[in-house]
Design a protein around this ligand. Sequence first.
Ligand SMILES: [Zn+2]
Ligand SMILES: [Zn+2]
Length: 270
Amino acid sequence: MFEIYSLISGSSGNASLVTNGKVHILIDCGTSGKRAFELIQSTGISPESISAVLVTHEHSDHTKGVGIVARRLRLPVYATAGTHAAMDIGRLDDGSRIVIRPGTELEIGGIGVLPFSIPHDAAEPCGYSFFFGNTKLTVATDIGRVTDELMDNIKGSRSIILESNHDIDMLRFCEYPYPLKQRILSDIGHLSNEAAAETALELVRSGTKHIMLGHLSDKNNMPEIAKMEAYNKLTDNGVKIDEDVTLQVAGRYSVTRFSRSGEYGQPRHI
Ligand SMILES: [Zn+2]
Ligand SMILES: [Zn+2]
């Protein structure tokens, strides 16, 4: 088994966990240390057995608990140089900050890790793909837009957590101040449901079997709307949901595991 769990997902906090059954890697930790431990435990994985924490970028919805968890579990923290410099996670043991470079693959306990650049308004943000056997898994959120380069990095993933942040009309008509709306809508902001749906279609054409929409805005989106947008885009283009691809939305506050319908029997949720 080689799997990603979304622990929490949304503008209120993000964390996920990649495991091959033996080696477990935490990606981001945008919640309290206590809550992070509870979430990890609820997947059946012991927090003490985690090997590393990877950080995508310094925003607090991704880093709130990184320092606490890393200190408690004595974990190495992997991030780009820009993210290390910009994130506020307190002191770490000497040698536990590991600098990674987008485009340069590394290995953690036999799992290949490839960080890739994402367009987002942070110091040096990245997404991550993971490789084990012939399988590629990806976490790609906080994306202003899907560039050709980004598409090249995420295509061919068997499973992906893909940002589907906002409904454009809900965002346009909401009470956010104009500059914030502009920031979210910009090329270095967040991915709309519409853009996520387009991307989902390209991913399915590249062989993706499992799509989990994540990082939904709590003000300008709803799980049903995000899912419907992608569902319509896929089915309008002849994709059979649950047969060709499974489509899910990551829970905001609870663990979501990828559905295995059509592959390993009925989907199972935690
Ligand atoms: Zn961000
Ligand atoms: Zn974020």
